[in-house]
Design a protein. Structure first.
Length: 60
């Protein structure tokens, strides 16, 4: 299981790291994270699932 830091997760998603911090604080999206003491990590598999759940298909 690959765990990513907030910075690595933000780069993977293509969003600012502060956005992930805000999402955690405001619980804007149900994006799971792992808390180990003060450290926050994201499972890469959860990030891939998050992307899949937010896929938008527009009619042609």
């Amino acid at each position: 299981m690959e765990l990513l830091t907030t910075q690595q997760a933000s780069e993977f998603l293509g969003i600012p790291a502060q956005t992930l911090v805000n999402w955690r604080f405001n619980q804007r999206y149900p994006l799971p994270f792992v808390k180990i003491g003060k450290l926050v990590r994201y499972r890469k598999s959860d990030l891939v699932e998050f992307i899949s759940q937010h896929l938008v298909c527009m009619p042609v």
